[in-house]
Design a protein around this ligand. Structure first.
Ligand code: PRX
Length: 656
């Protein structure tokens, strides 16, 4: 990669170009080629996507309408039938890929497993037959609460095979969070494991499921299918709970993929918003499949010899699209790792890269910042020469972290793709194409072909270059979410009416602030709503506040984010106590623990501040802007004239 400087008038002026060697073998070889694709897609999005759908996916039946757009509800490839599990497995079996590694799995205690496409297909068929035997049919929702083991992907693909939408719940969420999600989705069956390894300890997943569905809390759940992973004793309720290893030998490995309508639901995945409970983001079959497939191919520049590793958990959208569906649909080799860097094994990521000769590595800026802290010796002591392409996802990357990634991990040789997207978008929206796009540290660069991204004001008008605004998308795309599960009004309100529609023109509102520079590069600034991004995980302030006030000692709570060197943001909770309660260290600890139990460890506040009152407007709204300033130790600036009781501010500052 060569470095040069352009006069952009921005703070960050460095530009890095892909090497001629990389570009010459890439899927998209130059900026011109990207621009041509982009222009073609913009001129006629429907023909653009239709051609790709025909070339890249298998269809049981062709569609008759490419896009039916009844804003804000879109249907893609209407009338067509396909199956995501077929596209990810069966179609590779008649090619040389039959015996290629589909999944390479590295377990936390050091065990490992490789499944070829033929082997993965066989296990998926068996799992699908087991689900059927337990009464799961087309349209029945299956909850999946699993550690990072191959059976998590197998369960997802098995659901897709028989047309049962899955609802994966991240293994780090608490029993309460699992209950909410299973109940909202009306899950009929839950797939889980006895336990999972997380940072040298066992997470008792099955026990959490027992708690989640106890006392008829989720009456729709009829069966629980349990995979043995950690081997400790667990309760198995006769008639309801079934071991996978007992069922597997009894079921056939023959299970043809069910032809699914393009718009049949593939999965529901819950994500946090600024109001209320997490919402079930709904993705459907054909459009999602095509979008995950194409974006993986373009962005990761997949070649047949690649060993591709995305370090996310399958419990997040990144795991869905870029560990399971995107890579497998392309016939790639996808690495799955159960562990996480931790004090007892800080170099584990680099060991995995070395052990399997990983060529493409995709991780979160938080992980990169944590590695910087641990020192460059760890990666430098490993052979990382197999790497040819690096990626980041989940949060803005600061230029310092980008540069470290570029020099220490990429040895100034590997392009970096900073990919901006969301659970709702199904796949990446704004990103460099590694062989084509010059990169600037900290910018996700340009939208993909077919994605009409813009930065606008609240009237929906584009703002001038280098002025801040709201990130929006102006045209539907195949991977877009279709609705909020069971709540189409919330879908409309949250994403399409924030910027009022005008003359039939609807803009998708992402909830992020951004600016576009004079080269058309996007710089994503972060959330503009009450969502906090902690270590690349998305958390709603309201959820955490509800968890806090569910503790008997708490009268009121307000939660804000404070910038953090490693995690991007840290959660600070301002808490007023019931009159009979004393603010003590122990209580602060107990409240942190309580949030962990209510939501999961990722939502634990880093800091609890007790206060007699919270700053409110005369109409009773908590002034979070002020709390944010106080939490980060900044001067409270801006208008405070609407504050009801100004002395609250002084007390809070004094207490901080
Ligand atoms: O704020 C943006 C941030 O993560 C949010 C989406 O979170 P989630 O749905 O959990 O999906 C995360 C994985 C795709 C966005 O609204 N975000 C994601 N990627 C980036 C980012 N912010 C800046 N740069 C990125 N590359």
């Amino acid at each position: 990669m060569s470095e040069s400087t352009i006069e952009s008038g921005l703070q960050e002026k460095r530009v890095f170009y892909p090497s001629a060697e990389f570009s010459s073998q890439a899927q998209v070889k130059s900026l011109d080629e990207y621009q041509q694709l982009y222009d073609r897609a913009q001129a006629d999005p429907q023909t653009f996507w239709a051609e790709l759908a025909e070339q890249e996916l298998h269809w049981f039946q062709p569609w008759h309408t490419v896009l039916d757009w009844q804003p804000p509800f879109a249907q893609w490839f209407v009338g067509g039938q396909t199956n995501v599990s077929y596209n990810c497995l069966d179609r590779h079996l008649t090619t040389w890929r039959r015996n290629k590694a589909a999944l390479i799995w590295e377990g936390e205690p050091g065990d490992s497993r490789t499944l070829t496409y033929a082997q993965l297909h066989r296990e998926v068929c068996q799992f699908a037959n087991a689900l059927k035997q337990l009464g799961v049919g087309k349209g029945d929702v299956v909850g999946i609460y699993m550690p990072m083991i191959p059976e998590a992907a197998i369960a997802m693909l098995a659901c897709a095979r028989i047309g049962a939408p899955h609802s994966v719940v991240f293994g780090g969420f608490s029993a309460e969070a699992v209950r909410d999600r299973l109940a909202d989705g009306k899950a009929k069956l839950v797939v889980t494991a006895d336990g999972g390894w997380r940072k040298d300890a066992i997470v008792p997943l099955k026990t959490q499921v027992d708690r989640a569905i106890a006392d008829g809390a989720v009456p729709t759940v009829e069966n629980v299918l349990v995979v043995r992973r950690t081997g400790q004793d667990i309760d198995m309720q006769p008639g309801r709970d079934h071991w996978w290893h007992d069922l597997q030998p009894t079921v056939s490995a023959d299970c043809p993929a069910e032809p699914m309508d393009s718009e049949d639901v593939l999965f529901v995945l819950y994500t946090s918003g600024s109001t209320g409970k997490p919402k079930g983001v709904v993705h459907t079959t054909a459009g999602y499949n095509l979008y995950a497939h194409m974006t993986t191919k373009w962005i990761f520049d997949l070649q047949d010899t690649d060993v591709y590793w995305c370090t996310a958990d399958v419990g997040w959208i990144t795991g869905h699209s870029y560990i399971v569906y995107g890579p497998l649909s392309n016939g790639a080799t996808s690495v799955m790792y159960e562990g996480a860097p931790r004090p007892s094994n800080p170099g584990c990521f680099w060991d995995v890269v070395e052990k399997y000769g990983v060529t493409i590595f995709y991780t979160a800026p938080t992980a990169i910042r944590a590695f910087i802290k641990m020192g460059s010796d760890l990666p430098q002591a490993r052979d990382l020469s197999s790497l040819r392409l690096l990626g980041t996802v989940g949060e803005p990357i600061n230029p310092e972290a980008w540069m470290w990634y570029h020099t220490v991990i990429g040895k100034e040789r590997c392009p970096i793709v900073d990919t901006w997207w969301q659970t709702e978008t199904g796949g990446v929206m704004i990103t460099p194409l590694p062989g084509a796009t010059p990169t600037k540290p900290g910018s996700a660069t340009r939208p993909l072909p077919g994605i009409l991204a813009d930065v606008v004001d609240l009237d929906g008008n584009s703002v001038p270059d280098n002025e801040g605004g709201y990130l929006v998308v102006r045209h539907p795309w195949p991977g877009m979410m279709r609705t909020v599960y069971g709540d189409p009004d919330r879908f409309r309100r949250t994403y399409w009416e924030h910027i009022p529609p005008k003359d039939g023109r609807y803009l998708y509102f992402a909830g992020d602030g951004a600016r576009r520079d004079e080269d058309g590069y996007f710089w994503v600034m972060g959330r503009v709503d009450d969502v906090i991004n902690v270590a690349g995980h998305r958390l709603g302030t309201m959820e955490i506040e509800s968890a806090l006030v569910s503790h008997p000692a708490v009268a009121e709570a307000a939660v804000v984010g404070r910038p953090d060197e490693v995690k991007g943001n840290e959660i600070v909770a301002f808490v007023t106590l019931e009159s009979d309660q004393e603010p003590t260290e122990e209580l602060a600890k107990a409240l942190k623990k309580h949030v962990g139990q209510e939501i999961g460890a990722i939502a634990r506040p880093g800091d609890i501040r007790f206060s007699d009152a919270l700053p409110k407007t005369r109409s009773g709204k908590i002034m979070r802007r002020l709390l944010r300033s106080i939490a980060s130790g900044q001067e409270v600036s801006g208008d405070t004239s609407t504050l009801e009781d100004r002395s609250v501010l002084d007390k809070l500052r004094g207490g901080a």
